[in-house]
Ligand binder design. Structure first.
Ligand SMILES: [Fe+2]
Ligand SMILES: [Fe+2]
Ligand SMILES: [Fe+2]
Length: 486
């Protein structure tokens, strides 16, 4: 017996070590050779995690900050998704830091001022083209590199929780990177790149001075001067849209009055549902300003608010899907931006949140709310419309809860929070007549034309009475609660 043990022990080698009946040892995570030789200290691992955590935090805010004033719709949507990815992973990395016995955690403090310089430069990118090159040409590749390095250098078993978070983060950031690379191909011309060459080289030099984003390389020691961030960043809250979005002050078609009219058949209401969904572009535009300007909150707040911002972007895209399914060219429909414009430029961040809160609580009762919209969606007998409303409803229920979790405690009780939202909303006037007088819009009635097009798709004759529908938002103060955010 003793002999057998001795002979087995003598044949044990890290090079070809196997488990019982040839099973992979160490839960299949790594070979014995790797397990015995690879790894970082806890301190080294935490240092890298803190840098990745900080980079994701800065990247998140850069993406959020540019949503309103960066005009391209598809990029607004992609920034919303990529900001959501970042915010989720910031949460995971900060949790991991707290598990690793290295207080003070320092999660609110920059681990390296060169990293801040780098992200200040990206945030200050003076055009959409520069922003794309900064974000997807430099910043995301640097974070991806840091994740890959950490996964390669740390011991997958000893530091498995870190390895796992890196792996999931990498998966989503690579998707984001791929989208960004395609966006650069679509939007950035050679002349833009040539013009920005000096700045792009500066970004590389900043990273070299930092010893790369993760600090794993020798620091260059160079003192790099600020380029675009020499003028401090100023948040631009004024929403802008690309040229496909026409007539942004148009309040000519009251969607809710038709949608909730019991006399009207369900099918034509499809158009108003899709319209309301796509109009939700204004919610990420508005929530950007709350998230950016409400500083100093705990990360859970930003995480929940960013989740909601991404949901609202998804709702807008669901509307887009709906219109395309009907073969309708949505660029003929005015999706006004008056709500995000008014809130972003007139109210404080807390007041904006109050208005959002009041609207979303108002969507919870059945009548005229989200459940009602879903019932109409089901009644259209189009499974796509029903599905859109099904998910819109589910998300909006979550948003009502997010409001209760984070907004109500800022004000007091639920009733006080509702009253606050209602009161501050009155500060944002919908000046139907003045916009018309000022030549900002004619409040054109776009309904008959879109309804006719949809009828063609459905293979039915338009209803004369419905074609004549011409209710506007002119005297519909009560209905304005439904105008946005839902
Ligand atoms: Fe919502
Ligand atoms: Fe929605
Ligand atoms: Fe919404």
């Amino acid at each position: 017996m003793n002999e057998t043990v001795a002979s087995r022990q003598s044949s044990i080698s890290v090079d070809d070590y196997r488990g019982y009946a040839g099973l992979s040892p160490l839960a299949g995570l790594l070979t014995m050779k790797e397990a015995t030789t690879k790894g970082l200290t806890v301190t080294e691992s935490v240092e890298r995690i803190k840098r990745i955590h900080w980079a994701l935090k800065r990247l998140h805010m850069a993406l959020i900050a540019r949503i309103p004033a960066m005009p391209v719709y598809e990029l607004k949507m992609a920034f919303s998704l990529h900001a959501f990815y970042c915010s989720e992973h910031v949460g995971e990395f900060s949790k991991r830091v707290r598990e690793m016995r290295q207080p003070p955690y320092g999660l609110e403090i920059s681990p390296d001022l060169m990293l801040d310089l780098f992200f200040d430069e990206v945030l200050c990118a003076p055009s959409t083209e520069a922003l794309l090159l900064g974000l997807y040409g430099k910043a995301l590749p640097a974070v991806i590199r840091a994740l890959e390095n950490l996964m390669a250098d740390t011991n997958k078993m000893f530091d498995h929780p870190t390895y796992r978070i890196c792996r999931f983060t990498l998966l989503e950031l690579q998707d984001a990177q791929q989208y960004g690379t395609e966006a650069i191909e679509c939007l950035v011309k050679d002349t833009d790149r040539a013009e920005l060459q000096g700045w792009l080289a500066t970004l590389d030099r900043i990273l070299a001075a930092a010893g790369d984003l993760d600090g794993s390389k020798e620091k260059s020691g160079e003192k790099v001067e600020r380029h675009f961030s020499a003028t401090p960043y100023k948040y631009d809250p004024v929403p802008k849209r690309d040229e496909r979005f026409i007539d942004p002050y148009n309040m000519g078609v009251n969607a809710e009055a038709l949608l909730f009219d019991p006399e009207t058949a369900a099918l034509p209401k499809t158009i108003m549902l899709y319209f309301k969904r796509m109009r939700e572009i204004d919610v990420p535009e508005m929530m950007s300003s709350i998230i950016f300007e409400e500083t100093g909150k705990q990360w859970g707040y930003y995480q929940d608010m960013t989740r909601q911002l991404w949901d609202e972007a998804r709702h807008a895209m669901m509307g887009e899907v709906g219109f395309v399914s009907l073969g309708i060219d949505w660029t003929k429909i005015p999706f006004n931006f008056t709500w995000s414009l008014g809130l972003n430029t007139i109210l404080t961040p807390q007041e904006r949140h109050g208005v959002l809160f009041t609207i979303e609580q108002g969507l919870m009762p059945r009548k005229g709310g989200k459940e009602n919209e879903w019932e109409i969606g089901v009644a259209t007998a189009d499974p796509l419309t029903a599905r859109i409303q099904d998910y819109d409803w589910a998300d909006e229920v979550l948003h009502a809860k997010i409001g209760k979790d984070w907004f109500v405690p800022q004000i007091g009780t639920q009733v006080e929070a509702m009253a606050f939202g209602d009161k501050v909303w009155n500060k944002v006037l919908v000046d139907w007549k003045k916009w018309k007088e000022d030549g900002l819009t004619e409040h054109r009635n776009w309904w008959p034309e879109v309804y006719r097009e949809a009828c063609k798709h459905w293979g039915i004759e338009p209803d004369e009475k419905l074609l004549a529908y011409n209710k506007t938002y002119e005297n519909a103060r009560a209905d304005l609660k439904e105008v946005a955010a839902g």
